[in-house]
Design a protein around this ligand. Structure first.
Ligand SMILES: NC(=O)c1ccc[n+]([C@@H]2O[C@H](COP(=O)([O-])OP(=O)(O)OC[C@H]3O[C@@H](n4cnc5c(N)ncnc54)[C@H](OP(=O)(O)O)[C@@H]3O)[C@@H](O)[C@H]2O)c1
Length: 328
C-alpha cells in the first residue's frame, strides 16, 4: 500500500460523502472531493484543505480526472438512474488508475435474495463488478439512515407533529457520521477488507413510537404523530424537490420499513471500527435540531412549516404508472 496516499470522495456534498471528506481532512489526509458544482459545502471542504474536482458520475472523462493521482476512494452513488452503468465505468477507470482500495456505499437490502427496487438490484450487481475489478473494493451496507426522518424537522419542531408514515416497523437506524466513521476507518487501513460487506447500525431497533418519545424528550415538548397517507407523503417528497426516480425507489423502501424488513439485529460494526458505541437516536436528533436552529418554536419557523404544508397539498406526486416506468 502507498504511503501519503490521496483519497477521492465522490458525492462529497451528500449525506455521507460530506462526513467522510470532513473526517479524512480532520485526520490530516490528502483529499480530493467530487461535485457537479462549487456550492457552500464544497467551499467548506476547500477551506478545510480539500482539492476540488468538478464532474458527473456518468462522464468518463470527469471520472478519469477524478481518480487521477488517487489511491483510495469513497465511492457513493446517489439514488439516480445509471448506478450500475456508472459503477461499471468507474471500476474500469479505477483499475486503469491503479486504485488500491475502494469503500463502496451499498445497501442492506441488496443482500436479500430478491428485491423489486431497480436501484437495489443495481447495487447488488455493482458489488460483483467492483469485486471483479481488483481494486480492493469492499461494501458498507447500511439499512435505513436516521437522516431520512429529519427531512420533516420543521414539522416535528414547529408543529409538534411527525408526518413520516413508518407504520409499525422498527430499525436500528444509523447516523451519517457513523457510516462515515466506519468507511474512513476501512479506507485508512484497507488491508484484508477487499470483497467484504460491513453493515453499520445504530445501537437499538426503534419504531416510530420510540422516535416520538425521543423527539419529545429532546425538545422538552410533546411531539405527536401526524396521519400521513402514502399519496400525501409522495406529494411531500415532490415538494421537497425529490427526483421522481428517487420517489419510485422510496416507495419500496418505505413499505419495507412498515413491513419490518429493516428490523434486523444491531451489529457491532461501528464499535469494531471506531472503538466507541454507535450513536443513538437521541444524540442524533439533538444534533439535527440544534444545527438547524430548531430547538425552540419561533414565529418564522411556524410560518415556514405552514407554508410548506400548503405547498405539499398543491404538489403533484408521480402516479403509480410513472413510478413503475422509473423502476423499469
Ligand atoms: N438513505 C438511506 O436510508 C440509505 C440506506 C442505505 C443505503 N443508501 C445508499 O446511500 C447512497 C446515497 O448516499 P448519500 O445519502 O450519502 O448521498 P446523497 O446525499 O443522496 O447524495 C446527494 C448528492 O448526490 C450528488 N449528485 C451527483 N449527481 C447527481 C444527480 N444527477 N442528481 C442529483 N444529485 C446528484 C449531488 O452532489 P453535487 O450536487 O455536489 O454533485 C448531491 O448532493 C445510495 O446509493 C443509497 O442506495 C441510502
Amino acid at each position: 500500500m502507498t504511503n501519503n496516499e490521496k483519497y477521492l470522495v465522490t458525492t462529497a456534498t451528500g449525506n455521507t460523502g460530506f462526513q467522510v471528506a470532513q473526517q479524512l481532512l480532520k485526520n490530516g489526509k490528502r483529499v480530493k472531493v467530487m461535485s457537479r458544482s462549487r456550492g457552500p459545502i464544497i467551499k467548506t471542504l476547500h477551506d478545510m484543505g480539500a482539492e476540488i474536482t468538478l464532474g458527473q458520475l456518468d462522464n468518463e472523462i470527469d471520472m478519469k480526472k477524478a481518480v487521477s493521482g488517487v489511491q483510495r476512494v469513497y465511492y457513493c452513488h446517489p439514488i439516480i438512474p445509471g448506478l450500475l452503468n456508472n459503477t461499471t465505468m468507474f471500476s474500469e477507470v479505477a483499475k486503469q488508475a491503479k486504485v488500491e482500495a475502494v469503500v463502496n456505499l451499498g445497501q442492506y437490502l441488496a443482500e436479500l435474495q430478491f428485491h423489486p427496487s431497480r436501484s437495489t438490484n443495481e447495487h447488488k450487481n455493482s458489488y460483483h463488478v467492483l469485486n471483479n475489478a481488483n481494486i480492493g473494493a469492499c461494501h458498507v451496507t447500511p439499512g435505513w439512515f436516521a437522516d431520512n426522518v429529519f427531512a420533516t424537522s420543521l414539522f416535528i419542531t414547529q408543529l409538534g407533529r411527525f408526518p413520516f408514515p413508518l407504520g409499525e416497523g422498527k430499525c436500528p437506524v444509523v447516523s451519517n457520521e457513523d457510516i462515515a466513521a466506519v468507511s474512513v476507518a476501512i479506507l485508512q487501513d484497507p488491508e484484508g477488507h477487499g470483497g467484504k460487506c460491513y453493515q453499520p447500525t445504530g445501537p437499538k431497533a426503534i419504531s416510530m413510537e420510540d422516535m416520538l418519545i425521543i423527539f419529545s424528550r429532546v425538545l422538552g415538548r410533546k411531539v405527536k404523530p401526524m396521519p400521513m397517507p402514502t399519496g400525501m407523503f409522495f406529494k411531500a417528497t415532490t415538494q421537497m424537490g425529490m427526483h421522481p426516480y428517487m420517489i419510485s425507489q422510496l416507495k419500496y423502501y418505505l413499505k419495507d420499513f412498515q413491513n419490518n424488513v429493516f428490523n434486523y439485529e444491531p451489529t457491532d460494526v461501528v464499535e469494531r471500527f471506531t472503538n466507541r458505541p454507535a450513536e443513538n437516536f437521541e444524540v442524533i436528533s439533538r444534533r439535527y435540531f440544534q444545527h438547524a436552529g430548531l430547538m425552540n418554536k419561533n414565529f418564522s419557523g411556524l410560518r415556514q412549516a405552514l407554508k410548506q404544508f400548503i405547498q405539499i397539498g398543491l404538489s403533484r406526486a408521480p402516479t403509480s404508472h410513472e413510478m413503475e416506468l422509473w423502476n423499469y
